[in-house]
Write a protein of this length. Structure first.
Length: 184
């Protein structure tokens, strides 16, 4: 018998999020440290270590043409950036700037960081009332767009699904290349 339709928007958003996160876990569980900085093309956006040992994302304020292929490192940083800022907006905290988001580096620390963000997000989502979902939201769109926290939560689900699919595709390509003796 099919599951019933959730009684609230919050329940629907949470069910959709949980489905998306299950896909994330599938790939996160299988990532190897070498997957993060693997560059599948000559034109890539990645994370680069700075002289102090921190990591900085490749970035352009105007999207280049052609768009560089992001590495898994860049994608995991990107998730951490937009998800942190989304949580800031929903929790009505001052929003962090892009350069304030610190990527932990290639490997288990980044996977743990993403899982911490998931926990914070589910706590945030579970704490929303219908009135909270109806509150205006100016992220990730302009303040005058007329969208709500519910729209933001739906966007988080869609953006996470897209980014996780990209990570999965990169992971599969690298693994297939290694199996064929072509990739590092």
């Amino acid at each position: 018998m099919p599951a019933s339709v959730p009684a609230s928007v919050t329940a629907l958003l949470r069910r959709q999020f949980d489905l998306t996160w299950a896909l994330a876990e599938y790939h996160l569980d299988r990532l190897e440290p070498g997957d993060f900085l693997w560059e599948p093309a000559a034109l890539c956006w990645t994370m680069r270590q700075d002289p102090a040992g921190g990591w900085r994302a490749d970035w352009a304020d105007t999207e280049p043409d052609p768009v560089p292929v992001p590495t898994t490192a860049w994608l995991t940083w990107h998730i951490g950036w937009w998800w942190s800022v989304a949580a800031d907006h929903v929790r009505q905290r001052p929003a962090r700037e892009r350069d304030d988001i610190r990527w932990p580096g290639p490997g288990a620390e980044t996977v743990a960081w993403l899982r911490e963000l998931r926990s914070e997000w589910t706590d945030t989502l579970d704490g929303l009332t219908e009135a909270g979902l109806d509150r205006p939201s100016a992220y990730p769109w302009p303040a005058d767009a007329g969208l709500t926290v519910a729209d933001l939560a739906a966007w988080v689900n869609a953006e996470l699904m897209k980014n996780v699919a990209e990570i999965g595709q990169l992971r599969l390509m690298r693994a297939a290349g290694r199996a064929a003796g072509r990739a590092a």
